[in-house]
Design a protein around this ligand. Structure first.
Ligand code: DC
Length: 226
């Protein structure tokens, strides 16, 4: 294992701040970044573009193999996600896409098809991997593992604020219900359910600002962050 690049896994439920924290930490360390949720979302968007029936597991598995996902850094617009050459970033971030991704992510063959693609992100000098099963299934040997949580109410509030800033109006109680439903689906599925790895450090971010969370995560990496 010593020849492998180090990995910091950051798992947790939707809205715990994984994406923002992972990006900042990866930039700070100069490491690569894997947004594994974007891969599941990409399959969801590709499936909807192809008008696939979400209950047709075989078609979704074929769709997973046929979907080429590329992360492209744009100087003016940040990281863009290209799906078979088409910029799907905005559609990827929709709440509805998250819900479809969560349903698709429960299909074992889809998870298996995405396994090696995720592992390929492990390159020198290191990787910050954000998702639900990074520390348990994809990179079980990662030397650094974090599980970020926050109360469902706080996660719904954060999401509500983000959407409001973008000019999207949503009803708070709908958002809270959707977050709780997604938590339950992600945590109760048979394959790679959302749960902390046994050797993960649990960080409850309720009431914490992003800077505080980032500092807390970096503290776990004394040698890598030096
Ligand atoms: O992190 P996210 O909200 O972009 O993820 C969307 C969905 O994808 C999430 O509800 C569950 C699924 N997912 C997963 O099952 N495993 C991962 N490693 C990442 C995401």
């Amino acid at each position: 294992m010593s020849e492998l690049s180090p990995v910091l896994t950051i798992d947790g439920p939707s809205g715990a701040g994984k994406g923002t924290v992972s990006r900042i930490v990866a930039r700070h360390l100069g490491w690569h970044y894997l947004d594994s949720g974007a891969l599941y979302r990409a399959v969801g968007v590709a499936a909807s573009w192809a008008n696939l029936d979400i209950s047709d597991a075989a078609a979704l598995v074929r769709c997973t193999f046929d979907t080429h996902v590329e992360f492209v850094e744009s100087a003016s617009r940040g990281m863009r996600v290209m799906l078979n050459g088409v910029d799907a970033t905005d559609e990827l971030r929709l709440e509805t896409t998250g819900a479809v991704a969560s349903a698709i992510a429960a299909i074992p063959e889809v998870r298996a098809a995405l396994k090696e693609r995720q592992r390929a992100f492990r390159r020198p000098p290191g990787l910050v991997a954000d998702g639900r099963d990074m520390g348990t299934v994809i990179f079980p040997d990662a030397p650094y593992k974090v599980f970020l949580t926050a109360s469902a109410e706080e996660r719904a509030e954060r999401r509500h604020k983000q959407l409001k800033e973008k000019g999207v109006s949503v009803i708070f109680s709908d958002l809270l219900r959707e977050i709780m439903a997604r938590d339950a689906r992600d945590a109760q599925r048979a394959v790679a359910p959302l749960k902390p790895a046994e050797d993960a450090v649990l960080v409850d971010t309720t009431g914490m600002g992003i800077d505080q969370v980032v500092a807390c995560v970096l503290e776990l990496l004394p040698t890598a962050a030096d």
